[in-house]
Design a protein around this ligand. Structure first.
Ligand SMILES: [Zn+2]
Length: 268
């Protein structure tokens, strides 16, 4: 069920902020109406917690071409959306836009660099409202760097496996209002061997499998709480010479991403 007008990934942060009653101070893209409507139908409109899973480089075309590989993600979500990324479609630029809610020209990361953002982010909006936030990510990656220097917790590990174990254990402890989890394994494998190589597709399957575990843990651990969750990649990818993969261009393969969203109403 897509919204008629395809929205940008800049709608993600403002949507979560609106649902948690903690709007940004500065102007951003508007929240995504389909997601507000979903939360309204399931919880009356506000949520207690959010869990955002950020697998890197999962393009919309992968979802269209390999729907069976996404079946478990779709099954555990209420909505599947095609969103537009931002240019240049590279990781730090895109995640900066997702969490600031603004275009690159405004937040300032306009190339593959990873400075700490000074622009207001979702984390800042939630922290101001007294919410507890955590990032769980791999060392050296964009999400581990550009959102530093906030009064929140950063769990940075050398491997995706360690990140995912920690994310599940944090969920069980119920210690955060927002948890952001990053996995870059599909991205690194598709760069090395191509987006449709078995090597890369196995990482894609692992991303979907982890999202499924995450949602199951949300439903198990968050009894009585209303939790908004999403599978939210930053940009897509395409095949280049030498059977390798790339992204960063203003083309449909790089700019259209598949997002899944759901709301657990605490009764499941
Ligand atoms: Zn990326």
């Amino acid at each position: 069920m897509d919204e008629p007008l395809q929205r940008c990934i800049t709608s993600v942060g403002p949507t979560v902020a609106a649902l948690m009653g903690a709007p940004y101070e500065y102007g951003t893209d508007a929240p995504h109406q389909a997601l507000l409507t979903l939360a309204g139908a399931k919880t009356g409109g506000t949520i207690d917690r959010a869990v955002i899973y950020n697998p890197d480089a999962v393009a919309w075309w992968l979802y269209e071409k390999y729907p069976a590989k996404f079946a478990k993600a779709k099954e555990r979500s209420d909505l599947t959306l095609r969103l537009t990324s931002v240019m240049p479609s590279v990781t730090p630029v895109c995640f900066a836009s997702m969490y600031t809610g603004v275009q690159p020209a405004i937040h300032g990361i306009q190339s593959y660099t990873k400075p700490v953002l000074t622009q207001e982010t979702l984390f800042d909006a939630l922290l101001r409202a007294g919410k507890r936030c955590a990032i769980v990510s791999t060392a050296g990656d964009s999400i581990s760097k550009i959102f530093l220097q906030r009064r929140m917790d950063y769990f940075i590990y050398p491997t995706v496996a360690a990140v995912n174990v920690k994310a599940l254990s944090l969920l069980k402890k119920n210690a955060y209002d927002l948890i952001v989890v990053y996995n870059g394994n599909y991205d690194s494998r598709m760069h090395a061997k191509g987006p449709e190589s078995g090597y890369a597709l196995r990482a894609l399957e692992a991303n979907v499998a982890f999202y499924r575990r995450l949602v199951d843990e949300i439903r198990r651990s968050c009894g009585g709480q209303r939790v908004f969750y999403g599978f939210c990649p930053d940009h897509g990818c395409h095949l280049i010479d030498g059977r390798r993969g790339s992204h960063g261009l203003d083309m449909a393969e790089d700019m259209n991403v598949v997002h899944f969203y759901g709301v657990s109403d605490g009764r499941e």
